[in-house]
Structures are given as C-alpha cells and as structure tokens.
Design a protein around this ligand. Structure first.
Ligand code: ASP
Length: 348
C-alpha cells in the first residue's frame, strides 16, 4: 500500500510570513547604504518576531500583529511612530486585520492615540460586535480594552513635519512613501530635506500558521497633506486587507483611493478562488487594473499551501519573507534577489 507523505494534517501545515513596508520610488542609487541597512534591520526584526509566533505554534493573526508592531514602532515606516501628517498638522492612523479561517475582520480609521493601531483593529475584531470603528470612538474603545494609549505627540517626527511643510508649499498630496530620508534617523532639517527622493510607507503582513490558517493585516498613516478625516484603503476590508482560507491573504500598499475603487485585496482573492489562477497572475492583474486607473503600489499575497507573491508596479517595495527554515529574506528594489523566489519579483 502506498504511503502518502504529503498529507497535511492539522498542526503540520508549512508556516510562512510575508511582509511589506510600502512601495514606491525605492532605488539602489537613491537609498543611502546606512538607510538601506536600517530598513533591512527593521524588516528582519519584523520577520523574526512573526516567525517566532508561528514557530511556537501560534496563530497567523498573532504573527501578523507581532510583525506589524515592530514596523509601527519604527520611525522608518509610515505607520505608528513616524506616520505622516494630515493637512491639519495631525497624525491620523488607519489599520485593519482579517482572520482567514473565520473571515472575521476588524479595523480602525483616523485614530490618534492608539500606540499600535494594528492592536486596535484586532480588538475591534475580537472584542466588539463591529468590524470598523473610527476616530474618537475607536480611540476610546482601545483605551477601554486596555491597549497602550499615547499622547498624539508620540507619533511625531521632525522629518514628517518637514515633509508636510514641503507638501503644503507645493500644494500637493504626497503618497505615504513619496519621500525617503537620507539618514537612518529621520530627524531632518530643511537642507537635507531637499536631497530626499521618493518613497516609503505603509506596512503590512500576511501569515500562514501550522494549522493552515491565513491572516492579513495593514497599518498606515495614509498620505502626507491628506484632508483630515480622509480614510484610505488600508483600513477598508477588501481594499487594503483581505484573508480567506479558501484562497489567499492579501495586504496592499499604494494609491489608496484607487485600491478602494478596484477593491484590490478582495479582487485578488476572488480571482484565485473563482478563476483558479496562480496568485502571481491574480496580483498582476489587480495591479494592472490599478495602473489603468492611474494608481500604483504593491500587493503581498499568500495562499494556504504557503505559495506567496510580492508584486508591485513601482520602482521598489520594502518587503521580506520567512518560512519553516527560519531564514529571513529581505528585498527593496525591483531587481533585488535577496527575496527572490520566482514569486517575488516586482512587475518592473
Ligand atoms: N494605501 C495607503 C493610503 O492610501 C498609502 C500607501 O500604502 O502608500 O492610505
């Protein structure tokens, strides 16, 4: 009798975590070596934190939270500390999370005091009867649930403040990662600010745990000089985040309004589930639709077998992945092969 060796029993699914830290004009020539190292370090820490959860048999939800918290706590990314300012000079944060096994979801929008908005989103999912809370109501709920609350000034960085002044002067919106500081510590003065180039941003993670369950999460400060009260795709379930064990987990970054209009994350998942196409094809199709409407950005996608894709139609995307072998792979540029499975290249 043949012995089947490839049967996945509950508890022995391959584990996998994929993260992004925003897509944009991220090129080798523009990103200073020290800054590249700083990004590599935080992306690796994020992967290690999420992997530790998965390795210990923890849930994909907990792995997604662990990975995102590391990036929210770093001033290098436009999420949590270091997030961008709205036109009112305030920092308003958006985040969402989804559990692929139950299709439960939670999100917070325009919050100003939750230190880790991804935890706020998780509290909405697990401890409220709702999917989405916004503004003061969301901040108050997080406080009631015992999450860490900070003064809004905690999120402030000089670099982001300078970026707002520049955007106001130029009367334009800046995509969250339109500017990359040229020092590892984004404490810039006006002079260094002039040397900066595009981009960096939003953070996200998708994970597959030992039980075969998928999860996805995304966290952002949105875009510089956005109208206060503006909400992008990141906290919108189906646009910036989606997870369904029957297909894939997805986290998005890019031109939020267009990701909402194309329902980007769900769109990708639906193609995989209903058309049975490879995840890479689905991601590229979604990005092509986004490009056709004038948007750009990236998607990370993971299925329940552990196949993954990190796709983008920008010059680069901060990204990384780690699997059962525990080896963290980090990439940034389009031609970067440090995270180069056949699934990981950008689309240009
Ligand atoms: N999607 C985010 C937003 O529009 C920004 C980004 O990912 O670059 O809020």
């Amino acid at each position: 009798m043949a012995i089947r060796t490839n049967t996945t029993r509950a508890g022995d699914s391959p584990i996998r975590l994929v993260i992004h830290g925003g897509a944009g004009t991220i090129t080798r020539s523009k990103l200073k070596k020290e800054l590249e190292q700083a990004y590599t370090q935080v992306l690796s820490q994020s992967l290690t934190a999420g992997h530790a959860v998965l390795e210990a048999g923890g849930s994909s939800i907990d792995a997604v939270i662990a990975a995102i918290v590391v990036m929210e706590d770093s001033p290098l990314f436009n999420a949590g500390k270091g997030a961008v300012f709205s036109n009112a000079g305030r920092i308003e944060l958006d985040a969402s999370i989804m559990d692929g096994s139950t299709r439960m979801a939670g999100s917070v929008a325009a919050v100003t005091t939750i230190r880790n908005p991804i935890r706020g989103a998780n509290a909405v999912m697990t401890k409220s009867a709702h999917v989405m809370l916004m503004g003061q109501g969301a901040d108050a709920f997080a406080a009631e649930m015992g999450l860490e609350i900070v003064d809004p000034s905690y999120f402030y960085t000089q670099f982001r403040w300078n970026q707002l002044q520049k955007a106001i002067a130029e009367e334009r919106l800046m995509q969250d990662h339109d500017v990359v500081p040229d020092t590892p510590q984004p404490q810039m003065n006006e002079k260094t600010d002039e040397k900066v180039d595009k981009k960096r941003g939003t953070v996200g993670a998708v994970a597959l745990d030992r039980h075969g369950n998928l999860a996805a999460g995304t966290s952002t400060g949105g875009i510089t000089n956005k109208r206060f009260g503006r909400v992008g795709d990141s906290p919108v379930i189906g646009a910036g985040t989606y997870a369904d064990n029957r297909s894939v987990a997805v986290s998005a970054t890019g031109t939020g309004e267009i990701f909402i209009r194309t329902v980007a994350a769900f769109n990708t998942a639906a193609q995989v589930r209903l058309q049975h196409i490879p995840i890479i094809t689905a991601a590229d199709y979604t990005l092509a639709e986004i490009a056709a409407l004038g948007g750009d950005g990236g998607l990370i996608v993971l299925d329940a077998k552990g196949n993954y894709a990190m796709r983008f139609n920008t010059r680069g995307m901060f990204r990384g992945t780690i699997g059962s072998d525990g080896i963290a792979q980090v990439g940034m540029f389009a031609d970067d092969d440090r995270a180069s499975t056949s699934n990981s290249y950008g689309t240009r």
